[in-house]
Design a protein around this ligand. Structure first.
Ligand SMILES: Cc1ncc(COP(=O)(O)O)c(C=O)c1O
Length: 427
């Protein structure tokens, strides 16, 4: 960290632009950590917060409820096929902790004591708290806590850029699925299978091949294993569908939303379950079937009010269609980006693009330096008027979802210039 010195102070935002205390304007190419939908300072979203702030700012969901949160529960049910109830929290990691606890307790509540293990995929990411780290595990982030994380059963994800020697991509996918099926058939000890929906983000922008998620969901059903999907970074339009699991034809037992739920304005997350799961938690007080979990800001009415307005705007402005259309602009730049000699692979879906940097295109060797690639790109990006972040050797483009076509073109042109300018500093 010592190499950073001091950080720039952001004082304002307008649309896709972040403005610092010195008046510099940069494009928010990471959508303020992948959550921004309508750009900064959107008047409708700001109004939803200020209006609610005059009524009740926060009131607990313990023994009480509030109007915006009830409306939000209804709204979430409308957009989430197969889901029946929702448990609110205030960040994505917590939503995943809740998903894990619900999945494990479901089996206790239904009298099945042996299903205690969690299955996941390699390089998943579900947040930075201990449960979320355990069911994820990106080695670079979590290795220091390895001893404290609970064990999980991890399976590989097909990677089109790095297909094992001698296999076709189809063989590679089948091999991954066969490993899952083999383990599922061996012993009835798995409580739940947890994965990001549609793609892995922090684990390297790995977009699942068609049907991969669907086939896992089918295996889970066949072996009576709960299927848990993390839609926090990939749902709400990021990959071009409101709900990724619907596009993937893989209805889960438990799903989690976060990030874009409030348009990226206030902190809120949600864990949804189907009726089967919910029913297992109801009973007499003395049955002790209820879920012991809660956070101070669970169900915050201001966050709920802005989330409701956000969801309303998705419909009003037909945002998903707009994302699908604007997203095509990325492909116009594939060739120019791929031609840069340190670019090994481009992975793109919806409003997400990952550009993998390599030191040897032929051998696909990821660029590794003693310096922080992230810092080099941040500084070069700033010179070119963009706020860029890399994850290891992957440059991530995760702009506000409603970015206009001409703005996206500008972002892509500036990204190309930034990669070219950064090259000499990282090889
Ligand atoms: C897929 C996924 N799940 C969960 C989280 C954790 O969310 P939060 O940072 O709000 O705790 C993230 C954050 O990046 C994520 O990408």
């Amino acid at each position: 960290m010592s190499e950073w010195g001091s950080f720039d102070t952001i004082t304002k935002g307008k649309g896709i632009w972040l403005i610092d205390s010195k008046g510099n304007k940069i494009i928010d190419a990471v959508g303020s950590m992948w959550c921004n939908v309508w750009g900064h300072s959107n008047p409708q979203l700001v109004k939803a917060i200020t209006t609610q702030s005059k009524k009740i700012q926060h009131s607990s969901l313990f023994n009480l409820t509030n109007e915006p949160i009830e409306k939000l529960a209804d709204n979430l049910m409308k957009i989430s096929p197969g889901m029946n109830k929702v448990f609110f929290s205030d960040n994505g990691s917590s939503a995943m902790e809740i998903a894990i606890k619900i999945a494990l307790q479901y089996w206790k509540n239904t009298g099945e004591r042996n299903r205690t293990k969690i299955a996941t995929v390699e390089n998943g990411y579900h947040g930075d708290t201990f449960g979320a780290m355990s069911v994820g595990y990106v080695p670079e982030f979590f290795a220091k806590f390895k001893e404290q994380l609970f064990p999980t059963i991890q399976f590989p994800v097909p990677n089109k850029y790095r297909i094992p020697k001698g296999l076709t991509f189809e063989d590679h996918q089948n091999e991954c699925l066969e490993k899952i099926e083999k383990r599922f058939s061996k012993k009835d000890d798995i409580a739940a299978f947890i994965m990001e929906s549609g793609a892995q983000m922090a684990g390297g922008v790995i977009i699942y091949p068609e049907d991969f998620q669907k086939k896992i969901s089918k295996l889970c059903k066949k072996h009576d294993i709960l299927f848990v999907l993390d839609e926090i970074a990939t749902g709400f339009g990021r990959l071009g569908s409101m709900v990724q699991y619907q596009e993937q034809q893989s209805i889960p037992d438990i799903a989690a939303y976060g990030k874009m739920l409030t348009g990226g304005y206030l902190t809120m997350a949600a864990t949804l379950t189907n009726k089967k799961i919910y029913d297992s938690f109801s009973g007499e007080f003395n049955d002790w079937k209820h879920l012991f979990h809660g956070h101070t800001y669970t169900g915050n009415p201001m966050a709920a009010a802005v989330a409701n307005e956000n969801i309303h705007m998705y419909e009003k402005f037909n945002l998903i269609k707009k994302i699908q259309k604007t997203s095509k602009i990325f492909s116009k730049y594939y060739e120019e980006i791929s031609d840069i000699d340190i670019v090994g692979d481009i992975r793109h879906k919806g409003m997400l693009m990952g550009i993998e940097l390599v030191s040897d295109k032929e051998k696909k060797i990821p660029i590794k330096t003693k310096k922080s690639i992230n810092k080099v790109f941040f500084e070069e990006g700033k010179k070119h008027g963009i706020y860029l972040r890399t994850l290891g050797n992957i440059v991530m483009l995760v702009p506000p979802l409603s970015i206009q076509g001409n703005e996206l073109e500008l972002l892509l042109r500036r990204t190309i210039k930034t990669i070219q300018a950064s090259k000499s500093k990282i090889i």
